[in-house]
Design a protein around this ligand. Sequence first.
Ligand code: FAD
Ligand code: FES
Length: 498
Amino acid sequence: MNTTSVWRGTAPEAAFPTLQEAISADVAIVGGGITGVTLALNLVEEGISVVLLEARDVGFGSTGNSTGNLYETVSRGVHRIVDRWGSDVAHAVTTARRSAVDQIEQRVRQFDIACGFRRCRLHRYATSENAQASVKNEYQASREAGLPAHLEKTLPAPFAPPHGSVLVLENQAQFHPQAYVRELARQAAAKGCLIFQNSMVLEVDTDQRVVRTVNGTVTAREIVFATHTPKGVHLVQAEMIANREYGLATPIAKNAFPPGIFWGSGVARLSVRNVEVDDAAFLVCVGEEHKTGQEDAILSLDRLETAASAHFDIREIAFRWSAQNYSAADGLPYIGRDATDCFIATGFETDGLVYGTVAASLIRDLIAGRDNLFAPIVKASRFAPLKGAKGIAEETASVLKSLVKDYVTDGDKISLSQLMPGNGAIVKVENESLAVYRDKNGALFAVSPVCTHMKCKVHWNGVETSWDCPCHGSRFSPDGSVLEGPAVEPLQRKLLKA
Ligand SMILES: Cc1cc2nc3c(=O)[nH]c(=O)nc-3n(C[C@H](O)[C@H](O)[C@H](O)COP(=O)(O)OP(=O)(O)OC[C@H]3O[C@@H](n4cnc5c(N)ncnc54)[C@H](O)[C@@H]3O)c2cc1C
Ligand code: FES
């Protein structure tokens, strides 16, 4: 299945070279999503020299595969933060996020970025009777967190009448995330930041402060993992869960759909918006979240199409995609220095276009030697087993269940001859379990199914043609190379005898 997001399919390319030399800078940033690129620009504006290394191309990760909504609240509900951390912390979160949305707007104006930035309303509503209480609960929590939320009774056409009240937040925003981040990267480069694409970091020597790619090295006094989840084995991974979510975009007539952020909760949990790119307009629907590597990706995408069709007139699907998010058990992101004195920025859930911008200001301040009021709240070294205990226990149980299932039953094993073109499966070959993909022309790719991060067993993802690890979200191509997640080493390649 060809999967490209509406954002990556409609944004101009950004050309940057591959790292081929040994260079040095004040700061090495690993990762060219919104976090890395915004930080790079923030730092060069301070006169701090920066090298940014991106494994593929700018926006390749979740940034270019998101929904492009910008809001001061959080999508899973600010009530989680109020309940766990209190209204002062929740207020600090919404204040930092409001400021980040304003910063994005300023950047759009400053560089005249053609990314369709617009202010709009956010609507949170129930799609079924039993979700009504959660909307009311979230309204109370929003007020406690200092958000100017109010309740209304209706939604604009073509939405069906909601069950109960609609929570509305004015003055939120939307943009085209891929167009924004690519232009921001160009602006950072114009100000002296060295940006390299197709330059995957394979090794980080935290003692010597050296970052290595296949053809080059960067020596830097500060190293930032803007890789969505830190690379390698890290304490925060024990507290986070990796989820995948699906998106589709269907062509619509211009002005056929009202502007705004629409979050339906209940039987159908859908995030819906429209987008206009040049002469075309699309309705974007995002949903069907599940833990990475723990559900059938093709069925999940089918379910999203069914749910979207139940509510909207979906005749043709122009773009389908999927992307990852990482949620922390205690509901706050991790931003700051880790145990090796590198910076990390992770645990953004589905709110990281804004949290990534928050992180870019916070890390800039710490590198520049300035205080940042938000830093103690989201510090990466926090570990709150009491506050997060329930979440940790549930997630650990889920991961263990997956491990046990894999190692006892060995997954859905089939024989090599049963493996159809375009499919992947765990196959037993001469008493060895292999992760085998047969491409459309019949060619076979075999790799070890043991994830190189911490040895869980990978699962086939038929939507994105990848091997996905259920434990911490590492994903690999059929040839074993790392696509995303904490793993650094590729899956071990295996030879199949003809
Ligand atoms: C379906 C979906 C919808 C979402 N919608 C929204 C939304 O509407 N609003 C919102 O605020 N948030 C949203 N999010 C969350 C948001 O997209 C992410 O939190 C955010 O994009 C993270 O940005 P990032 O720069 O930290 O990571 P990424 O965008 O993932 O960038 C990380 C980059 O690091 C690179 N990288 C990884 N490993 C290496 C390596 N070894 N060497 C070099 N480079 C490497 C990757 O290639 C990637 O480009 C959504 C998430 C999902 C899954
Ligand atoms: S991602 Fe951690 S074991 Fe695979």
